[in-house]
Design a binder for this molecule. Structure first.
Ligand code: HEC
Ligand code: CU
Length: 418
């Protein structure tokens, strides 16, 4: 017996259970999930229904395939066990035991039990002339003992093979051609339907927002409201939104899973994404097309607000930047203009009008910094100015060397830009 003892499998089974459990745990989270499975717009709900359909069809196919894999394995194992229990099945093992003593058994036909189990019979046989025994053994014994059962087995195998052949070709037709064709057709129709239902439809009351991808941040402007901001898109709940998407440099892909699918931002071309948010909240998005070193840190937020809050927000964004009130804030503004920041950033109402980096007019009203990667706090602002690559390796903003007073004044100023 070269079979393993069942207990020797236990560590492996434990390891498998552990791995399966660990991978299940990775899908757990305490924070709300920014996933397509929690749709916050009718468009996302359609995409979610397509995902559910694919998931369940895939699960059913997987279960059927697993059964088809398991059945032959279990059958062949049972076959092997049967053979070990019933040695008659195994022709070649017979001769292994055919020393002279077997001839006696052969004479008695199929009565195998006595051949093996009766030592006295063996002893008697041993006294017979060896020559006779061998002749008898070669001439008749193996035939009587082995041929007959082998023939029956052959016939049975033959029938079984024919049945197998029929089952196999039926399985091939159903499982290999008809089944997949039906499944693919259903998925094709479902995805065509969802594609049509989530496509852009022009509407009178839609809110238009232009979003331009940059390495590695998002420029956001509202042409009708005359607002320019970055990385965070604010919209009122229950109003259709139309995003015009393009890029200044390489291809990016815009994706906020809870409201819609992903769509590429292509140089020289405008793609439109429209949706109607039905739930207030802050939904995370992510660049979904590799665009360079900081691609994974190119995050966007969609802030869906109550209509009144949104109107307030619009008013604040439309106004010029808050004027510095204290002397340090005044110094901070000077530092901002004179130490290079103004070469890349705009602060509306000041001399800073550059458009290389995000517009900072309302920086303090944003919840996050550097395209959604860290909360908008004084420490993170400081790190971004002093060591931008420490926070976000590869981003195009250069470090600025300032003495402590200048830095504090600059931070004071940036923090009042509501
Ligand atoms: C060479 C151009 C350049 C200069 C000079 C520059 N920045 Fe930037 N800045 C950028 C770019 C580009 C980004 C976007 C980085 C990203 O998120 O990938 C950025 C991002 C920022 C952000 C984050 C904005 C947001 O909405 O998240 C702040 C704040 C900022 N810069 C402040 C400053 C200050 C203060 C200075 C001067 C001390 C400065 N920058 C100098 C190009 C520049
Ligand atoms: Cu990207």
């Amino acid at each position: 017996m070269n079979r393993r003892h069942p207990s020797s499998y236990r560590p492996r089974i434990a390891l498998l259970v552990l791995l399966a459990g660990a991978s299940l745990l990775t899908s757990c989270t305490l924070s709300p999930r920014d996933s397509i499975t929690e749709p916050a717009s009718p468009q996302a709900a359609e995409i979610d229904s397509l995902w559910q359909l694919s998931l369940w069809m895939g699960t059913v196919v997987w279960i059927i395939v697993m059964i088809l894999v398991a059945v032959p394995i279990l059958r062949s194992r049972r076959h092997r066990d049967d053979e070990q229990r019933d040695p008659e099945h195994v022709g070649p093992q017979g001769p292994g035991r055919t020393d002279g003593t077997r001839s006696d058994g052969a004479g008695r036909g199929d009565d195998e039990g006595s051949v093996v189990a009766d030592p006295t019979a063996d002893a008697e046989v041993a006294t017979e002339p060896p020559g006779d025994v061998r002749l008898d053994h070669r001439g008749t014994a193996p035939g009587a003992e082995l041929d007959e059962p082998m023939i029956t087995a052959d016939v049975a195998d033959h029938d079984e093979a024919q049945v197998d052949e029929r089952v196999r070709s039926r399985l091939l037709w159903i499982g290999g051609i008809i089944g997949p064709a039906i499944i693919l057709l259903i998925l094709l129709m479902a995805s065509g339907r969802v594609g049509a239902l989530t496509a852009h439809v022009e509407r009178d009351e839609e809110l238009v927002v232009d979003v331009i991808g940059h390495m590695f941040w998002w420029e956001v402007s509202y042409p009708e409201e005359d607002i320019v901001t970055a990385n965070e898109i604010n919209v009122p709940v229950d109003r259709p939104v139309r995003l015009n998407l393009t890029t200044e440099d390489v291809i990016h892909s815009f994706w906020i899973p809870r409201v819609h699918g992903k769509i590429d931002m292509i140089p020289g071309h405008e793609n439109i994404l429209s949706f109607e948010p039905t739930e207030t909240g802050r939904f995370r998005g992510q660049c979904a097309e590799y665009c360079g070193i900081a691609h994974a840190q190119m995050v966007a937020f969609l802030e869906v607000m109550e209509p009144d809050d949104y109107d307030e927000w619009v008013e604040a964004q439309q106004a010029d930047a808050v004027e510095p009130e204290t002397p340090t804030e005044e110094v901070g503004k000077e530092v901002f203009i004179e130490s290079g920041c103004a070469a890349c950033h705009a602060v509306r109402g000041t001399e800073a009008v550059a458009e290389v980096g995000p517009d900072l007019t309302n920086l303090a009203s944003r919840g996050s910094l550097a395209a959604g990667i860290v909360p908008n706090t004084r420490e993170n602002l400081e790190e971004l100015i002093v060591d931008p690559w420490g926070l976000k390796p590869g981003n195009p903003m250069p470090p600025t060397i300032l003495d402590d007073d200048e830095l504090e004044a600059l931070l004071d100023y940036l923090e009042v830009l509501e």
